[in-house]
Design a protein around this ligand. Structure first.
Ligand SMILES: [Zn+2]
Length: 413
């Protein structure tokens, strides 16, 4: 999951660990432990905005939110196969009665148990669960680095439980979400399709015809979008083909981001089925669909992609309001309050520091806009708008500001 570095050494001002500290987005504490990031109010706000965006895209497509505990009995992972697969990466917990538990390294096994709580009619399918939640993996201390590799990972996870004839449509819908989400950041996407090895079908679960059908559907979807799919034979997991989306950031580094994975294994292991039109039990297919994958890693990518100068909609503080002198504080505060009431994250910079010092601080914090309020502005009941990216934009009335900010928010510009 590490980036392929096409560039020479990372320029210092992009390092997400340094920017994370300067912009006060997250921190680590020796008392809490390595690889366990703590999110500040600003960092948490950004994570929530990103997660809300993904949820907005999922909700439109029929997903429902679920929630699960972070702990489970050993039995769940013995059934799923994760007890063996994750081995030493599992954090073990023993209860006072001597029962063995583990912190979850994945969410899929828990989600299967919500699906399996009662018999399902084919009429209910597809069932789509979304759940942004943490998983825990005991990475070795030497392997940890900033947010890219951590021990507590927040996943924007989703699972679809569907019939064989439904998976193609579900994958197309997830692909739409991936494109819409990454498109908002201007990230290009190169999808890679991992397929079975037709010469060695003994390595895979399920009949060859189904594998071929899955591969053809994925190719069809790509063709329909005019996307060239890079195919890798023999790269699929034994339980199903997958599409990995690779993106390139502003300094040319490649990152694997979203994944869509078909799964015939967990439905088998947990005996997941629906009752079909003929009243028979029919085995279903599961789809795993993470959009950001790890929120920690995605935050690291975003911080370095933008070098901390986030788009307006994602900036923790969107507008700084700066009275030139004490006499202008009243007018500045009225503007700040009006903006805040309209949902704009506006902050007053009206302490006793000199004007140039305050403006330097605003620039270090990479706030998208600041409003300067001096004699002229106070007299005219307006403010002078300065943009981080476009320089001085001139005097604006409050209504004009509100309109501009609402528009930028809505467009996620
Ligand atoms: Zn999963």
């Amino acid at each position: 999951m590490s980036p392929k570095d096409n560039s020479s050494e990372k320029p210092k001002h992009r390092d997400h660990r340094e920017l994370g500290r300067e912009l006060e987005l997250f921190t680590f504490s020796d008392l809490v432990g390595a690889g366990l990031p703590l999110w500040t109010p600003k960092g948490t706000l950004m994570r929530n905005l990103l997660d809300d965006f993904v949820w907005e895209l999922r909700k439109k497509r029929g997903y429902e939110q679920v929630d699960i505990p972070h702990l489970t009995k050993k039995d769940l992972y013995e059934t799923s196969g994760h007890w063996e697969k994750f081995g030493e990466e599992l954090f073990h917990v023993t209860s006072r009665e001597g029962h063995e538990f583990a912190l979850k390294p994945m969410n899929c096994p828990h989600h299967t148990q919500i699906y399996a709580m009662r018999p399902r009619s084919y009429r209910e399918l597809p069932v789509r669960y979304a759940n942004t939640t943490k998983v825990y993996r005991d990475e070795q201390t030497g392997e940890l680095g900033g947010l890219v590799r951590v021990r507590s990972i927040t996943q924007d996870d989703a699972h679809v439980f569907c019939r064989r004839e439904q998976f193609a449509k579900e994958i197309a819908a997830i692909w739409d979400i991936v494109e819409e989400f990454y498109g908002a950041f201007g990230f290009p996407l190169a999808p890679r399709l991992s397929l079975h090895d037709p010469e060695h079908m003994e390595k895979y679960l399920g009949e060859q015809a189904l594998w071929e059908e899955m591969a053809d559907s994925l190719r069809d979807i790509a063709r329909g979008r005019g996307v060239r799919l890079h195919e890798q034979f023999g790269e699929a997991a034994f339980y199903g083909p997958k599409i990995d989306f690779v993106t390139t950031d502003s300094i040319g580094r490649e990152w694997q981001v979203a994944t869509i994975q078909l799964d015939m294994n967990l439905p088998e292991r947990f005996d997941l089925a629906c009752i079909n039109e003929n009243g028979e039990r029919e085995r279903i297919i599961m789809i795993h669909a993470a959009i950001m994958g790890s929120l920690e890693r995605f935050m690291a990518i975003l911080i370095e992609h933008y070098a901390g100068a986030f788009p307006f909609w994602l900036s923790p503080v969107q507008v700084a309001v700066v009275p030139v002198g004490e006499a202008h504080r009243g007018h500045a505060e009225r503007i700040r309050a009006t903006l805040a009431e309209a949902g704009v994250r506006a902050k007053a910079y009206s302490d006793d520091e000199t004007l140039s010092k305050r403006i330097r601080e605003i620039k270090t914090q990479k706030i998208p806009y600041f409003l300067v309020i001096g004699d002229k502005e106070a007299a005219a009941g307006c403010a002078t708008l300065e943009s981080r990216d476009a320089g001085t934009l001139g005097q604006c009335a409050t209504e004009e500001l509100l309109k501009r900010f609402a528009d930028e928010n809505a467009r996620r510009a």
